[in-house]
Ligand binder design. Structure first.
Ligand code: ATP
Ligand code: MG
Length: 238
């Protein structure tokens, strides 16, 4: 991660966000918990049901899982758009180059020709072909402002965020409270399982309760804290 800061892929503040994520990961025992598996299944179902899905990638997401996120996008027929929080033309170019080199696929975001309403800064910039035309957007490690703006713009939003209390986690339609690399593996596994089963996808989506999953994840964190450890090597269930 720190090596990717010196290359300009991860912003300085991205390192702090990464540390926040690690702290929350300790609280869930550094493994995928059952409510997160449920959210991963729902995310897979929604991505497969989508007409115009988009996977967004920022600096941290690129550093942790560029290739895996692009593979997931390919599996569900999604476009990939690089969308940075700490934006400069130089960083956009660097992160696009990095993701394309890692994944061997072209990504959107190098030139941005649309503005997401509700955000004052140039963080609102995105592409017409990608985010603006999307019905479902997967946002790994996203900031709350943009998550809220995407929901307001009528998109169905899937967040991957280890903090169940973040504005992003609370705004999203589906919040996967799991570490990014584990979450992508979980979603890919569920995509394989649900690909040929539209009835199962619809059932999963109609039964899915995001607030319930968030509450259950917070319950797991509380219980791990109450036990005086982060739940390492314990079988903690909700
Ligand atoms: P918000 O803006 O949504 O209220 P925030 O300002 O605390 O949240 P941001 O920096 O905007 O956080 O977004 C980064 C989020 O990504 C944080 O909630 C952090 O916990 C989470 N995060 C960091 N690393 C990982 C990771 N490896 N896997 C999943 N989530 C992570
Ligand atoms: Mg934020």
């Amino acid at each position: 991660m720190s090596e990717l800061v010196s290359l300009g892929i991860v912003a300085q503040t991205g390192l702090i966000a990464h540390g926040r994520g690690e702290a929350f990961d300790y609280l869930i025992g550094e493994r995928t918990q059952p409510p997160a598996s449920k959210a991963e299944e729902a995310a897979a179902a929604l991505l497969l049901e989508a007409k115009a899905p988009v996977v967004t990638i920022n600096g941290n997401a690129a550093a942790l899982a560029a290739r895996e996120l692009v593979q997931l996008a390919d599996l569900v027929g999604a476009k990939v758009e690089v969308n940075l929080f700490h934006r400069s033309d130089e960083r956009v170019r660097k992160v696009c180059d990095f993701v394309e080199r890692e994944s061997g696929r072209k990504v959107l975001g190098r030139s941005q020709d649309a503005i997401l309403p509700g955000i004052a800064s140039d963080r609102a910039r995105c592409t017409k072909e990608g985010i603006m035309s999307a019905d479902v957007v997967l946002i790994p490690l996203e900031d709350g402002d943009r998550a809220e703006a995407l929901v307001k713009a009528g998109k169905k939003v899937i967040a991957i965020d280890l903090n169940p209390l973040s504005r992003t986690a609370l705004a999203a339609n589906i919040t996967v409270v799991d570490e990014l690399t584990r979450a992508v593996i979980g979603i890919v596994g569920a995509v394989d399982m649900l690909r040929g089963d539209p009835a199962a996808r619809k059932k999963i989506l109609s039964n899915y309760d995001n607030r319930g999953c968030l509450d259950d994840m917070m319950g797991i964190m509380r219980s791990n804290l109450g036990e005086g450890s982060a739940g390492h090597n314990r079988d903690v269930r909700c």
